[in-house]
Design a protein around this ligand. Structure first.
Ligand code: ATP
Length: 284
């Protein structure tokens, strides 16, 4: 049997860091939402006990370092599954971009193998496994829009943004999430997002309220280490976008737009100096 699973990218509407935990991870509070830019994963049953991974991407590993491999291996070892799987990853999400591409691939693999191998695991069980692979994986299991806390394991679904688009712009640099958190001194954070106001704006379907409350405490760190990302954000603001924010630890910067005329203006302006620009729908 063969099945396809979609692995959508996420953007952060807010990202706050509240402290550092005893286990070394940061205590986060963030609102994430999925966008219509997805990797596609083909999973095919194998009778022999192997995990074989192929991908059209020339820049990510296709061995045990890949989060897809880790997800399949974890599921097999936790539930003593003797079957194998052949996976093909069609990579469309930019890598190391702040869009959780790898985490979403891992989540899609867990969801897909749960179906392929008839494991009947609940979402909570899949989220618990996912948390062992990466902090963003539990959210990616659930998808939609959610308030995410702890180190990423506490996921509460909330109302998704009203219909609109995100314009994603990525400079040709890769940013390591570990490096950005490593350079963050959380006690020095001067301004925090108003997460409650963002939740209210989402509940009210208030697009202006959403754009006004976009805030990511990691911008300061990434902008310091990669000033070109700050410049990119300023350029997009200059094209007349209402709300512009860096996603995750960057370097992708996005603008939220709900009017087609504005979408075209920003897209055309951006294409002049940023090669990787994606116009994507916000997912419900
Ligand atoms: P996040 O937003 O969760 O911090 P990201 O979008 O910044 O994630 P990813 O695209 O997930 O970053 O990739 C980060 C690293 O993980 C890369 O260096 C890559 O080599 C490795 N990696 C392992 N598996 C995958 C995968 N399936 N897809 C993409 N990257 C992967």
């Amino acid at each position: 049997m063969k099945i396809w699973e979609k692995a959508p990218a996420k953007i952060n509407l807010t990202l706050d860091v509240l402290g550092k935990r005893d286990d070394g991870y940061h205590e986060v509070e963030m609102i994430m939402t999925m966008v219509d830019l997805s990797d596609r994963i083909l999973l095919e049953d194998l009778e022999d006990d192997q995990i074989i991974l192929e991908t059209n991407s020339g820049i990510i590993p296709n061995d045990e370092r890949n989060l897809i491999y880790k997800a399949a291996h974890l599921l097999k070892s936790t539930y003593q599954i003797k079957k194998g799987v052949r996976v093909f990853l069609e990579k469309n999400i930019p890598v190391a971009a702040g869009l959780a591409g790898g985490s979403s691939d891992a989540a899609a693999t867990l969801r897909g193998l749960n179906r392929l191998w008839n494991l009947h695991l609940t979402s909570n069980e899949l989220m618990e496994l996912g948390g062992k692979i990466g902090s963003d994986v539990p959210f990616c299991i659930v998808g939609g829009t959610a308030l995410v806390k702890g180190r990423g394991e506490k996921v509460t679904p909330i109302v998704s943004p009203p219909p609109g688009w995100a314009i994603l712009a990525k400079l040709p640099i890769s940013v390591s999430t570990t490096d950005i958190y490593g350079a963050l001194n959380w006690q020095d954070i001067k301004e925090h997002p108003n997460t409650d106001q963002m939740i209210i704006a989402l509940k009210d379907h208030n697009f202006d309220g959403i754009t006004k409350n976009l805030f990511n405490v990691l911008e300061e760190v990434t902008f310091r280490l990669y000033p070109s990302v700050k410049y990119l954000k300023e350029q997009i603001e200059g094209f007349g976008a209402d709300g512009v924010l860096m996603s995750g630890s960057g370097p992708t910067v996005f603008a939220l737009v709900n009017k087609e005329s504005r979408l075209n203006r920003i897209y055309n302006g951006l294409r002049g100096f940023c090669k990787e620009v994606y116009v994507v729908r916000l997912l419900r």
